[in-house]
Ligand binder design. Structure first.
Ligand code: ADP
Length: 273
């Protein structure tokens, strides 16, 4: 059963002005409950505009977004609840940390949903464990954390809302190789454990090859390919014509996955190549 479906989804920036730009162009796709979808495309291809319509941050110019079969804009007053069901981790999410303690920051989302304080704190602790933040960090100020820890705290804040769909926009950007590997492993474990839908936007073909079940390729606002990860990466020439280079190492990573090696195993290979 699809968790998100789009129907001729179209988004124009600056409609009716001389600067009008079609950012998403008649996209009709279906994302299954529980799948891990990779979203790729060169800069300006419409990835960010597309995902912001999945949780109602942007309202489509035309076309529809269905969440569990229901048009998310059917009742515009209820759009806030969609934002809890479709959790979004933006690029450099740590810039949004602002509370006195890490725990309070992670609690912010679940409290905003209306959960009582102790339940929100319980969810926050569980989310912190998911992203590998030790308990002793929860009482500290977010500003005392390292870059990688701040990133994980920000992601925990979204996971703590227990969204049906978790969307991550370039979650590993700016992290060192170790931080990046840890985070990918944790996201992958979260997906396995919760069996929720995860959408990962990344320019790293290696990251996508390690974790995605299927890949959606955007180009010029259109959804130009949507298929199993190994099938997408087998179309190297076509991807190159869209400005996407597929490194050789992706083949090794895909072979490892095919033989059942966990994400962690592929990390050493990636670093060795
Ligand atoms: P991506 O995430 O793939 O880089 P975006 O969705 O950010 O792509 O952008 C798609 C297109 O929309 C690009 O041509 C971009 O320049 C344009 N665009 C994005 N945001 C705005 C905006 N706020 N105003 C006008 N044009 C925008």
């Amino acid at each position: 059963m699809p968790v998100i479906e789009t129907n001729e989804l179209t988004f124009l920036y600056g409609e009716g002005t001389p600067f009008c730009k079609t950012a998403v162009d008649h996209v009709s796709i279906s994302i299954e409950q529980g799948e891990f979808l990779g979203l790729i495309g060169h800069t300006g291809s419409g990835k960010s505009t597309l995902i912001q319509q999945f949780n109602g941050l942007l309202r489509p110019t035309s076309g529809r977004v269905l969440l569990n079969g229901k048009d998310i804009w059917a009742e515009p007053k209820k759009i806030r609840s969609v934002r809890f069901q479709v959790g979004m981790v933006f690029q450099y999410p740590e810039h949004q940390l602002f509370e006195e303690t890490v725990l309070k920051d992670i609690c912010f989302g679940p409290q905003n949903m209306g959960l009582p304080q102790d339940e929100a704190a319980e969810r926050a602790r569980e989310a912190a464990r998911f992203v590998g933040l030790p308990d002793e960090l929860l009482g500290k100020s977010p500003f005392e954390l390292s870059g990688g820890e701040k990133r994980r705290a920000a992601i925990a804040g979204v996971i703590a809302m227990d969204p049906d769909v978790l969307i991550l926009d370039e979650p590993t950007a700016g992290l060192d190789p170790r931080g990046r590997d840890m985070l990918l492993t944790q996201i992958s474990a979260y997906h396995r454990d919760r069996n929720n839908t995860v959408i990962l936007v990344s320019h790293s073909m290696e990251d996508i090859a390690r974790v995605a079940d299927r890949v959606l390729v955007m180009n010029g606002g259109k959804a130009v390919m949507l298929d199993r990860t190994e099938k997408i990466f087998a179309r190297g020439r076509e991807l190159e014509s869209l400005g996407l280079r597929v490194p050789e190492v992706t083949k090794i990573l895909l072979t490892l996955r095919e033989h059942g090696y966990p994400v962690e195993a592929s990390l050493t290979v990636d670093q060795a190549v």
